[in-house]
Design a protein around this ligand. Structure first.
Ligand SMILES: CC(C)(COP(=O)(O)OP(=O)(O)OC[C@H]1O[C@@H](n2cnc3c(N)ncnc32)[C@H](O)[C@@H]1OP(=O)(O)O)[C@@H](O)C(=O)NCCC(=O)NCCS
Length: 173
């Protein structure tokens, strides 16, 4: 399994994934976006939600992981999001992907924390985060609008001091 930066030729597949609710899973908001819009965002360097493709050793593309910045009155918060195609879930890839992303972000950015939010019912995602060293900060009640209902969300984070050193990426010093 490998993470690689998204390329233009990945855009049609991403459009397909984005518009298929089963790929984003039952705990993410529904969203429909045209391929044209996604292509435009990619050209502008403003494509949200997909900066790394998850690729298996045979070259097949099985999901994505992204990071984005939330602007908060007190500063900026770096958050991650991820999804795998249904047939590749439950095989340990989700955990590995989040670990690699944490390594990458702490090695490449001067940040002290990385956060993630999940629907409180999303056990798989919460386990992935905990296995990758994230801690639960709390539950946000009626926070996420999912499939017509407001659902509780959980906020997770990992601090640089809790990460300490790369678990997967080779040390650079
Ligand atoms: C969330 C997601 C990325 C998890 O990745 P994954 O590769 O399936 O997870 P892993 O195989 O690494 O499993 C991690 C843990 O979760 C458990 N798990 C996996 N699927 C589960 C499920 N459906 N229900 C309960 N636990 C589950 C695994 O058993 C494992 O725990 P263990 O080590 O104690 O056995 C994946 O399920 C997915 O893409 N879901 C749809 C999109 C989504 O919800 N994204 C996250 C939004 S916040």
């Amino acid at each position: 399994m490998n993470l690689r930066v998204v390329e233009k030729e990945d855009v049609p597949l991403f459009a397909e994934w984005l518009n298929k609710p089963e790929v984003f899973g039952e705990y993410n908001p529904l969203r429909q976006v045209s391929k044209t819009e996604i292509e435009k965002d990619f050209e502008k360097g403003a494509l949200e939600m997909m900066d790394f493709i998850v690729e298996k050793k045979d070259g097949s593309r099985i999901g994505f992981i992204c990071h984005f910045t939330l602007v908060h009155p007190a500063g900026k918060l770096l958050e991650i999001g991820y999804s795998l195609v249904p047939s590749e879930r439950g095989k340990g890839y989700g955990t590995e992907v989040v670990r690699i992303m944490v390594d990458y972000l702490f090695l490449s950015k001067s940040i002290e924390r990385i956060q993630a939010q999940t629907d409180a019912r999303n056990v798989a995602s919460q386990k992935v985060l905990e296995k990758a060293g994230f801690k639960k900060e709390g539950t946000m009640r009626k926070y996420l609008f999912i499939r017509g209902q407001l659902r509780d969300g959980c906020l997770y984070s990992i601090l640089r001091e809790e990460w300490k050193e790369p678990k997967i990426l080779t040390k650079t010093t």
